[in-house]
Design a protein around this ligand. Structure first.
Ligand code: FAD
Length: 474
């Protein structure tokens, strides 16, 4: 029997899964299923005969127990905003949606901790923290749809990582249902807990291949009393790195975001996104969107102004604007958040989410752009990303008027060339989006073979029947 047939459940099993969640939450109608089979970039279109929406941890356990006994593969799904195809059922697997597990079980401001179920949408988690005067600092463009379970399963990064770390750094405890249906309760709110192996981190970033995250205790922080947002024109990525270093050393607060943006993608945003205007009077080759936060109400704006004056004197700053209201700050962030989608109207886009040491970003950008242009003359590199973390979204838009399918057929060739440069700088071929399906075949080329062997061993131990998100990561 071929692999595809093995992955789709036999039809006589479906009523047994339906019985666990009830008819209403076992979706089989092809029209209703369709949105869960495609991912936002339109790169992948999967197939499945059923989506299960359990409403309790007990139901998740029952589904996994039955799936394990009957060797029925499942693909976990949260908000379906993942960018590497991890949440898509490619071969008829059942979809296990966690979005009904959407309770915030506890907000504990005194302990700076909050316990959320896996299906809580990230924006809701942020709001719950704000309601008790705390900050949950994970922030990304998809925050209105992505879920805490998805964020932890992909070990999401986002725009606040430069100050607060990535999803892995924000997790205190986890509740996980294993492939055999047993629930493991590691839901501690403790910062210090040295009781043997720290199993949380096996599941963070595992993309649903080792267990199902049903809840997590996450860290909260004091809410900043002052936040300043500046849009800064810089002559080059190299000067942007110098400005970052200057800001981190001198500004009277914490640099909570530091995003590098190339001019061309700003042009795309102005052209294609609703409500985006050029923030500065004249054009510049590169920009930085910087956010600085402080626990002190006063003095932050003056400190940012001083930084820009010093930066200008040293040749790092060509022009800048500091948002003078919350609405202006929101408009600048809106522009940043639309950048992933405004590439679509420009045709095909070959993407790489990579990281290199911060100091190597300028050289990486130069070499990767040259490599892409050598492979596809006329292509348009439009890199942007989280410079503060050395994380660049190295996107390449097709040449104007080119055939999209022919352009996208070069994806592997461009990525191989980009990855080679990433590795030269001891970087990572997946900074924050994960491996999923998209980079699965590249992983063995770049991962330490001993580490890869250990990963395969863990997978065999935790999921001996291979029911959890088969064909992803490994
Ligand atoms: C506009 C836009 C901007 C983005 N910006 C960023 C960014 O700045 N930084 C960043 O890191 N990512 C970014 N992303 C990618 C994406 O939002 C993140 O990967 C997010 O964490 C995925 O969450 P989700 O709930 O949508 O998960 P899904 O897409 O549903 O799933 C992602 C993976 O996690 C698994 N999974 C989901 N829930 C569970 C669970 N409860 N237990 C076990 N496995 C599970 C799935 O099987 C899949 O492998 C962006 C995406 C978009 C569309």
């Amino acid at each position: 029997m071929n692999e595809q047939l093995r992955r789709a459940p036999s039809p006589d099993l479906l009523p047994r899964f339906t019985a666990i969640v009830g008819d209403k939450y076992a979706i089989t109608d092809p029209v209703a299923l369709e949105p869960f089979l495609v991912e936002g970039r339109g790169l992948y279109h999967g197939r499945s005969s059923m989506l299960l929406r359990p409403g309790s941890v007990g139901e998740v356990q029952a589904i996994l127990k039955l799936a394990n006994e009957t060797k029925t593969p499942l693909v976990p799904q949260g908000g379906n905003t993942g960018l590497v195809g991890g949440q898509i059922p490619f071969d008829g697997e059942l979809i296990l949606s966690l979005t009904r597990l959407d309770k915030i079980r506890e907000v504990d401001p005194a302990s700076n901790a909050m316990t959320c179920e896996a299906g809580v949408v990230l924006a809701k988690a942020q709001e719950a923290a704000a309601a008790v005067d705390r900050l949950f600092p994970l922030s990304l463009g998809a925050e209105g749809s992505c879920t805490i379970g998805g964020n932890l399963s992909t070990n999401a990064g986002g725009t606040g990582a430069v100050a607060y770390g990535i999803a892995r750094d924000l997790v205190l405890g986890l509740e996980v249902v294993l492939a055999n249906g047993r629930m493991m309760n590691l839901l501690s709110k403790l910062k210090k807990n040295n009781t043997g192996y720290d199993l949380r981190h096996i599941f963070v970033g595992a993309e649903g291949t080792l267990g199902i995250i049903t809840a997590a205790a996450v860290k909260l922080f004091p809410r900043p009393r002052a936040v300043e947002t500046a849009f800064i024109a810089v002559p080059s990525p190299a000067t942007a790195v110098k400005l970052l270093n200057l800001a981190q050393a001198r500004v009277g607060g914490t640099v909570t975001s530091f995003e590098l943006i190339v001019r061309d993608v700003v042009e795309f945003a102005i052209k294609h996104a609703h409500g985006v205007r050029d923030p500065l009077a004249s054009r510049h080759p590169w920009y930085v969107l910087m956010e600085v936060s402080s626990q002190h109400r006063d003095g932050l704006r003056e400190s940012v102004e001083q930084l820009l004056t010093d930066g200008s004197a040293q040749g790092f700053v060509e022009d800048a604007t500091i948002a003078s209201s919350l609405d202006q700050a929101k408009a600048l962030w809106h522009m940043r958040h639309v950048l992933p989608e405004v590439q679509k109207p420009e045709g095909g886009s070959i993407k790489a989410d990579v990281s290199v040491p911060v100091a190597a970003v300028p050289q990486f950008l130069e070499e990767a752009s040259a490599a892409a242009k050598a492979i596809i003359p006329g292509c348009r590199p439009v890199p942007f990303g989280h410079l503060g973390d050395g994380n660049v979204h190295f996107n390449v838009s097709q040449p104007i008027g080119a055939d999209t399918a022919q352009f996208l057929a070069r994806w592997g060739q461009v990525n191989d060339a980009v990855n080679k440069i990433v590795l030269k700088y001891n970087g990572s071929i997946s900074a924050e989006h994960g491996i999923g399906k998209l980079k699965r075949d590249s992983l063995p080329k770049v991962k330490d073979p001993v580490a890869l062997e250990l990963m395969r061993g863990l997978k065999r131990m935790l999921d001996p029947n291979g029911i959890l998100n088969p064909g992803k990561v490994l």
